[in-house]
Design a protein around this ligand. Structure first.
Ligand code: FES
Length: 138
């Protein structure tokens, strides 16, 4: 996906949560790139994330499943939940909690906002609570 950080007009500080924290917000996709129920992989500062549109709202979540690290880009959005394709655990797209009695960590959800036809993510939020990453080969 194209890096849009420097190509777009920054929203006014009052348009983003945190007001003057504007410099931490990064444009990562156009709103038309994510249809309802869509799952779009992105990379932000080396972190692998997914953008998901659920009931008209776009949110950012970690890409790897908290259970056994399956790639959630292959998952399915249904009834405000993200279902993992490997073992079918599902995670709330409101608070990240797992359903069905699974004993796994919650799905990490990051601040995202739609402003000026762009999806913006709070990079400081991602840095503060980074998603689990794949192991990179040396
Ligand atoms: S890896 Fe996602 S439910 Fe097991």
């Amino acid at each position: 996906m194209e890096d849009r950080r420097n190509a777009e007009i920054r929203p006014a500080a009052e348009e983003l949560p945190g007001g003057d924290d504007g410099p931490n917000w990064v444009a990562v996709a156009g709103v038309d790139e994510i249809p309802e129920g869509g799952i779009c992989p992105i990379e932000l500062e080396g972190f692998e994330l997914l953008l998901i549109r659920n009931q008209g709202t776009v949110l950012a979540v970690q890409r790897l499943c908290p259970h056994d690290f399956a790639d959630l880009v292959k998952g399915e959005v249904r009834d405000c939940r993200l279902y993992c394709s490997r073992h079918s655990a599902s995670f709330s797209l409101v608070d990240g909690s797992v359903g069905g009695g699974w004993l796994v960590r919650d799905l990490k959800i990051y601040h995202a906002r739609q402003v000026h036809e762009q999806i913006w993510i709070d990079a400081a939020d991602v840095r503060a609570n980074p998603p689990t990453q794949r192991r990179r080969r040396a």
